[in-house]
Design a binder for this molecule. Structure first.
Ligand code: SF4
Length: 392
């Protein structure tokens, strides 16, 4: 199996190992410090755990409410049952020969969106710096929040220069400056911007995103067309619930306080002339939300259902003794680590996840790390049991 060869190569790569160990220790310490100094965030995580449990229990009803709320704010909702449908919906909205900018979205990676749009003849750029480096390297995100966690400064500069960014000097600051100039040139000319979402509120249709780079703001507001990809498990009842999800995600990712929390409810508009509402002011003229099922509804009834509470903070990855040596080389084609194994089983292929599950040590550190109380080690044991029972 190719996945095992990739894991072996990662274990022998000294640069990869050193970058991961630094990032894991640094993030673990940061998260612990944030939680020690702000115990109210632990209480908020408890609250989010209940919000997610209740939301997944009434997902069908919330999804319908979310679609109606989106229509009420002049956004257009779509529901994609599969990854293929999601790609096709977005492909039709964008068409061919366009300049498209993306903000980091595991949902976009899950459905294979960037290569699909490129194959249609579009020029597509990731605008999150880590994700841009992944695009330039031609590999997969190595962590949910920090996709280029495995990469050295030398490699980052090399990739940016190859893409045409003008990096002056070898400092990290000059690499970030060069990426900013390079990406600005793309974002201001883009005809479509695609983002993910941390949560979507059923009561208002508001999309909530949390970020530090400000690229999500630009991608969702400068191009005339904004498309948001929203896995159905991200729908929560209210806008306040959605903001709480974003706060907890950023705290448990070690990025607290978040630099930006964005709330987007429909395309831009103005009613400044004769109180007549016109859509398309300074921001997008058109907004579409593509809800992605891709195995999630089916998973609600199965042994892996609790994974649907996941808020993608990535803490279980940094705490996992196996992930610290493999990053997302272990876990499946898109997701990785403890949460990744289960997401791979839900959204891609249970057989592949089951084979890879035997690398899990069953230590349970991921269970303790998870803000929403997902019993990851038990879910991974389910995958092992499935492998023993059903795999030939
Ligand atoms: S499983 Fe828990 S710790 Fe891991 S990414 Fe999801 S919410 Fe975070």
């Amino acid at each position: 199996m190719r996945a095992f060869e990739e894991i072996e190569a990662a274990l022998e790569d000294e640069e990869f190992q050193s970058a991961l160990s630094k990032a894991s220790l640094g993030t673990q310490a940061k998260v612990e410090e944030v939680l020690r100094s702000r115990p109210e965030l632990l209480a908020l995580a408890e609250e989010v755990r209940e919000i997610k449990r209740a939301a997944i229990a009434r997902l069908d009803e919330l999804l319908e409410q979310a679609m109606n709320s989106l229509r009420a704010v002049r956004a257009t909702p779509h529901l994609a049952e599969t990854a293929e449908e999601a790609r096709e919906i977005v492909g039709k909205l964008i068409g061919r020969g366009k300049l498209v900018v993306l903000s980091k979205s595991m949902a976009a990676a899950e459905v294979g969106l960037r290569p699909y749009l490129e194959a249609m003849g579009n020029e597509v750029w990731e605008t999150d710096l880590g994700e841009l480096l992944i695009q330039l390297e031609g590999t997969k995100p190595m962590h949910t929040i920090t996709p280029a966690v495995h990469m050295s400064r030398r490699r980052a500069v090399e990739l940016l220069e190859k893409a045409g960014a003008k990096v002056e000097g070898e400092s990290i600051e000059s690499a970030v400056r060069a990426a900013r100039e390079f990406l600005r040139g793309k974002i201001v000319r883009a005809q479509a911007g695609i983002t993910g979402a941390n949560a979507l509120a059923a009561d208002t249709g508001a999309i909530v995103t949390v970020e530090n780079e400000s690229n999500v703001r630009l991608v969702s507001s400068l191009p005339p067309l904004h498309i948001a990809l929203v896995p159905v498990d991200k729908v929560v009842p209210t806008l306040m619930d959605a903001i709480k999800v974003a706060m907890v995600q950023s705290a448990f990712a070690g990025l607290y306080p978040p630099t930006y929390i964005n709330v987007i409810s429909g395309p831009s508009s103005t009613a400044d002339i004769e109180r007549t509402r016109v859509y398309g002011a300074q921001g997008p003229v058109e907004q579409h939300v593509v809800f992605i099922d891709n195995g999630r509804t089916a998973a609600r009834k199965g042994a892996l259902a609790e994974q649907l509470y996941c808020i993608r903070c990535g803490r279980c990855q940094y705490e996992c003794p196996v992930w610290i040596h493999t990053a997302n080389r272990w876990g499946g084609p898109v997701y990785g680590g403890p949460m990744g194994l289960v997401w791979t089983a839900i959204t891609y292929d249970a057989n592949e996840a089951a084979k890879l599950s035997f690398l899990c040590l069953g230590c349970g550190r991921c269970d303790e790390a998870c803000p929403v109380g997902i019993p990851l080690s038990r879910l991974i044991r389910e995958l092992k049991a499935y492998a023993m029972r059903d795999l030939k």
